[in-house]
Design a protein around this ligand. Structure first.
Ligand code: MG
Length: 269
């Protein structure tokens, strides 16, 4: 199960339930029994800040370090990548924002200047990897099944299979989802968030963790601006409310408008 949201079924990860629980004498610290009658461990143990109650609602805050194992593996990935001077970009977005299309166009632009490789993350299918393969770039697909994000262990497995060339540019296309991928450090060089003008400019406020974690935000599909209610300046301002120095790059993969800014950003990292 996904350690954060419980939407997966990967035996290698664990569940964190957002409910109040109490230790009983026959339980060891860090272990508790849920009302669905199984016990599991939290690794490492977490602490329990106060529960607050107000006007018919109750907020339970859990401070935990269930991501500690992931962070350790991410640090290993980062060292491995740094040692080979590989720039790895974690591409995160909602489904349908145009991540794969952006990668296809970027690879075609850069392939004569720099070796580019891709690790594709999706719940199912090889469809995106097949699109990347058509560009001639090396690509590995990771299918997460019911899982909603890539984690550092998955990336390590992908890296072993892909074995990217020293000095190359590596795109890691995460599972389409603006929630969990923000929480899982992969050991990447930078995090890129891609949104599109069809999604609404309130996404930075609704999913602040994603935008807080980002190094740059790409706003794709600007060719559709005449047909949708989307204000780029409002979206950028909202993104900078959660991440003050965030760079915002409006562009259209379809028309090519704004892509020079994207290539310039890639050239600077
Ligand atoms: Mg894709």
């Amino acid at each position: 199960m996904c350690a954060t949201c419980g939407c997966g079924d990967d035996a290698g990860t664990r569940v964190t339930a957002l409910h109040d629980h109490h230790q009983t004498p026959d339980q060891t610290p860090g272990q508790h029994v849920h009302d669905h009658e199984h016990a599991h461990d939290h690794e490492p143990p977490h602490t329990h800040p106060p529960v607050s109650t107000a006007a018919g609602t109750r907020t339970i805050e859990l401070e935990h370090q269930v991501l500690a194992k992931n962070d350790l593996l991410a640090a290993r990935n980062r060292g491995w990548l740094d040692g080979r001077r590989i720039c790895a970009l974690n591409m995160m977005s909602s489904p349908g924002s145009g991540k794969t299309s952006l990668l296809v166009r970027t690879i075609r632009k850069l392939r004569d200047q720099r070796e580019v490789a891709v690790i594709e993350g999706d719940q199912e299918t090889l469809l995106d990897a097949e699109r990347i393969r058509e560009t001639g770039a090396r690509v590995v697909q990771i299918n997460t099944g019911a899982g909603c994000h890539l984690d550092a262990e998955m990336l390590a497995r992908g890296l072993r299979m892909l074995d990217p060339t020293a000095g190359s540019l590596l795109f890691v296309e995460n599972v389409g989802n603006l929630v969990c991928p923000a929480l899982f450090d992969l050991g990447e060089t930078a995090k890129v968030v891609v949104i599109s003008v069809t999604e609404g400019n309130d996404k930075p406020l609704k999913y602040p963790h994603m935008f807080a974690a980002a190094d740059v935000v790409v706003i794709n599909k600007t060719d559709l601006l005449p047909y949708v209610d989307f204000d780029i300046d409002v979206c950028a301002a909202r993104a900078r409310m959660v991440n003050r120095d965030l760079e915002v790059l409006p562009l259209s993969v379809t028309s090519g408008a704004g892509l020079d800014g994207w290539y310039a950003w890639l050239g600077g990292i």
